[in-house]
Design a protein around this ligand. Structure first.
Ligand code: HEC
Length: 239
C-alpha cells in the first residue's frame, strides 16, 4: 500500500536525464525569447533614433540616458574612493588657490559660478551641469575628486592633475571650491574675471575698444601676439 504512492513519484527509465532540461526550456524559454526580442527592439529603436535625429551636440540627453550615465559613473568609482573625505582643510588660502585654478582651467566650460552657462558648456553633449544644484553637491568629496582626476569618458570632461594614484592636493582644493560655489559673492566673481584666460585676439579687441573709448582714434595696426598667456595677468582695464 505504502509503495504504490511512492512509485508514482519515481522518474522512470531514460526520461530522468532529459526531463530537467525540458522543464527548464519550458519554464524559461519564452522568457529568454521575450528578453532577446526586447533587447533587439531596443537596439533597432536606438539606431533608428540616432539616424533620424543625427548626432548633434546641441540636443539635451534624455532623462533615461542621463540617469543611466550617472549611475554607471557612480558605480565606476570604487566604494573606498567614494568614501574619502577631503583631506585639505578649508582655509582661506586653499580656497583661494582652488578658485584661481578653477578660473584658469575649468571656467571655460563650467563658468566662474559653476552653472555651466558658457558657450562651450551649453553646447556639449552632455552639457556642463549646474554644479550649484544638489545633483553635484550631493556627490561625495571622493567622487568629485575621482571625476576631476580621471575625467568622464565620452563627455567633454577631461582628466586633470597627475595620472595614477598619486595624491593630488590641487584637485582636493578644486573640490573645496566646488563646495563653495553656492556661496559665491559678487566680489569673488569679479575677482575671477581677472583670472580667466584671454586669447591674444580678445586682448587686442579689448585694447582697441579701450583706445576708442579713450578718444584715441587711430589705433595702431594689430600685431599678432605670440604670447598665448594663460596666467590671466595684464588684462582688460576699465576705461
Ligand atoms: C571642455 C569642457 C570642460 C572643462 C574645461 C572642464 N569640464 Fe568638468 N565637465 C564637463 C562636462 C561636459 C561635464 C558633464 C559630464 C557628465 O555628465 O558626466 C563635466 C562634469 C564635471 C563634474 C561632475 C559634475 C556632475 O554633477 O556630474 C565635475 C566635478 C567637474 N566637471 C569638474 C571640473 C573641474 C574641476 C574642471 C577644471 C579643472 C573641469 N571640470 C573642466 C566639461 C568640462
Amino acid at each position: 500500500m505504502v509503495n504504490e504512492t511512492e512509485d508514482t513519484h519515481v522518474p522512470q527509465g531514460p526520461a530522468t536525464a532529459t526531463q530537467p532540461r525540458i522543464s527548464f526550456l519550458r519554464r524559461y524559454g519564452v522568457a529568454c525569447l521575450i528578453m532577446l526580442l526586447t533587447l533587439g527592439g531596443f537596439c533597432v529603436l536606438s539606431v533608428g533614433w540616432i539616424v533620424i535625429h543625427g548626432v548633434s551636440a546641441r540636443d539635451t540627453p534624455t532623462v533615461l540616458e542621463e540617469t543611466m550615465a550617472r549611475a554607471l559613473r557612480h558605480l565606476a568609482v570604487p566604494t573606498k574612493e567614494r568614501r574619502r573625505v577631503n583631506p585639505v582643510p578649508p582655509t582661506t588660502e586653499a580656497l583661494a588657490e582652488g578658485m584661481a585654478h578653477w578660473a584658469d582651467h575649468c571656467a571655460s566650460c563650467h563658468g566662474n559660478d559653476g552653472r555651466g552657462h558658457t558657450e562651450m558648456g551649453r553646447n556639449m553633449y552632455p552639457k556642463a551641469p549646474d554644479m550649484t544644484l544638489q545633483k553635484t553637491q550631493g556627490l561625495s568629496d571622493g567622487e568629485l575628486y575621482a571625476i576631476i582626476k580621471n575625467g568622464v569618458r565620452l563627455t567633454g570632461m577631461p582628466a586633470w592633475g597627475s595620472p595614477g594614484s598619486a595624491e593630488d592636493p590641487q584637485t582636493w582644493k578644486l573640490v573645496l571650491f566646488i563646495r563653495h560655489l553656492r556661496n559665491m559673492t559678487p566680489k569673488e566673481l569679479d575677482q575671477m574675471k581677472g583670472m580667466n584666460p584671454v586669447s591674444p585676439m580678445a586682448r587686442e579687441e579689448q585694447r582697441e575698444a579701450d583706445d576708442f573709448l579713450n578718444g584715441i582714434d587711430a589705433p595702431e595696426p594689430s600685431t599678432p601676439s605670440h604670447n598665448p598667456s594663460h596666467t590671466g595677468t595684464s588684462r582688460k582695464e576699465n576705461p
